[in-house]
Ligand binder design. Structure first.
Ligand SMILES: [Zn+2]
Length: 62
């Protein structure tokens, strides 16, 4: 899965950019942390990646 490249900073409303990078053969998975830093206030944001509910739904009922 691919995390968003940018987030909206919850501190100042600026743009926070993804810090974490993974090699192509070892991509982000659900449960991994992705770190972002705001370009305006340098606030750091860590999020845990979660599976998209819609994707999970594709496998329901099997
Ligand atoms: Zn900020």
């Amino acid at each position: 899965m691919e995390p968003e490249k940018t987030l909206i900073c919850m501190e100042c409303g600026g743009t926070a950019h993804l810090l974490s990078h993974r090699p192509e053969d070892d991509p982000f998975e659900a449960g991994d942390y992705a770190a972002y830093v705001c370009e305006d206030c340098s606030h750091r944001i860590d999020i845990v990646l979660e599976d998209d509910d819609d994707e999970v739904g594709l496998f329901a009922g099997q």
